[in-house]
Design a protein around this ligand. Structure first.
Ligand code: UD1
Length: 370
């Protein structure tokens, strides 16, 4: 069985790292599985892509489609054209896509239209209900053509069943991003800025913002940054700035006083920073999962989440995007009354093994057991 693993943007690299390791473990046991890693090139900077390959020991991609940035349609179209070309020459048996980025949807469509190729989606079934997010559209389109659905929660499985997906194609396996985090916990690296900024455990806040809703309007972004800075009451706020946000800050010469803006950190450095933070303020989805597993209080500046278990079980809380909700949340954090949180079911480091053994079972005897 030849599996194409699709990775295009930063969160994808973290998820495929554990799947590659699981495939290699299966190969070492003599099981009949091979893979090709296809990097679409959606993210291309050293600190958005290269450093993840180095730190997580991800092998060089079999192909790099080098599509780069562009509008939603341009990027999606370029990925589809380039990946289809590969598949027409050298088809795979299974195209495995992860997450909800443009690369996920583009490769899913290209593969599904080629007879004989099955489509597997890792992180299937999650829904925010917010159709203004490109990721929500990517999730719905991808799941509408997927053959094998691998889910991170029972809620995600239930979402799929509600849309009529047969339960025999839904496999609740847990979270591959958490596989990678648990595996690398002891390798997390103190970031270089730690000494320079005189950081201390539990004495700083980590901030990340990159959603178009929060960052594309410079007035809104300024208001969010100012409110976080004042709510932090003098505690240092470290803000690794995503390229999308960096462009807006630069173009409009925004100054966020009281906030330390830095370039994006590598995986091991970023998660070290989160692990020892007093709290995290973010609009990312993946970071809410990582903060949950590390037991770090997490404030999400969004109105909805496709990962409700990070709130119902984990340390995450949805504050919405109105800046006035931020100060009371910080007050609770400083008062020590933030909920402790637990770990969602099957977020145990074995999710990628479950995915690979399920696919092997399907291919060797037509049945799968999780
Ligand atoms: C993408 C994903 C989002 C994910 C995020 C993680 C979609 C629709 N969105 O958003 O779900 O949470 O990645 O980071 O797929 N850029 C660089 N260097 C890079 C990468 C991007 O300069 O290495 C620039 C691009 O050229 C573009 C902007 O940053 O101008 C945004 O990149 P893009 O991949 O389009 O979307 P993200 O906002 O990163």
């Amino acid at each position: 069985m030849l599996i194409d693993l699709i990775a295009g943007a930063r969160p994808n690299f973290i998820k495929v790292a554990s799947i590659i390791e699981a495939i290699e473990r299966a190969q070492n046991e003599g099981l009949p599985v091979k893979y090709r890693l296809i990097h679409t090139g959606q993210h291309y900077d050293g600190n958005m892509s290269g450093s993840f390959f180095e730190e997580l020991n991800i092998p060089a991609p079999y192909y790099n489609l080098q599509v780069g940035g562009g509008s939603q349609a341009e990027q999606t179209a370029r990925i589809m054209v380039a990946y289809e070309r590969i598949l027409l020459d050298e088809p795979c048996d299974v195209c495995l896509v992860v997450g909800d980025v443009n690369s996920t949807m583009a490769c899913a469509i290209a593969a599904k239209k080629i007879p004989g190729i099955k489509l597997a989606h890792v992180e299937a079934g999650i829904r925010s209900g917010d159709m203004t997010m490109p990721e929500e559209i990517n999730r719905i389109v991808t799941d509408s053509i997927t053959d094998y659905f691998f889910t991170t929660s029972e809620t995600a499985s239930e979402n799929l069943r509600k849309t009529g997906v047969d339960k025999s194609s839904i496999f609740f396996v847990g979270n591959t991003m958490i596989d990678t985090l648990l595996k690398n916990d002891s390798r997390l690296k103190k970031p270089q800025l730690w000494e320079g900024l005189k950081l201390e455990n539990g004495q700083y806040i980590v901030l990340t913002l990159h959603r178009p809703n929060n960052v594309d309007d410079p007035a809104k972004l300024t208001q969010l940054l100012d409110t976080v800075a004042t709510s932090a009451q003098g505690m240092k706020v470290i803000f690794p700035v995503h390229p999308r946000t960096a462009k807006i800050i630069e173009e409009h010469q925004l100054i966020a006083s009281g906030i330390y803006t830095i370039t994006p950190l590598s995986y091991l450095e970023f998660n070290y920073l989160v692990k020892y933070a007093k709290g995290v303020v973010t609009d990312s989805g993946g970071i809410t999962e990582e903060a949950t597993v590390m037991g770090v209080p997490c404030m999400t500046l969004r109105d909805s989440t496709e990962r409700p278990e990070t709130c119902t079980i984990g340390t995450n809380e949805l504050l919405g995007t109105d800046p006035q909700n931020i100060p009371p949340a910080f007050a609770r954090l400083f008062a020590g009354s933030w909920k402790k949180g637990g770990i969602p079911d099957k977020w145990d480091g074995k999710s990628a093994d479950r995915i690979v053994s399920t696919l092997l079972a399907i291919y060797t005897d037509g049945k799968a057991i999780v």
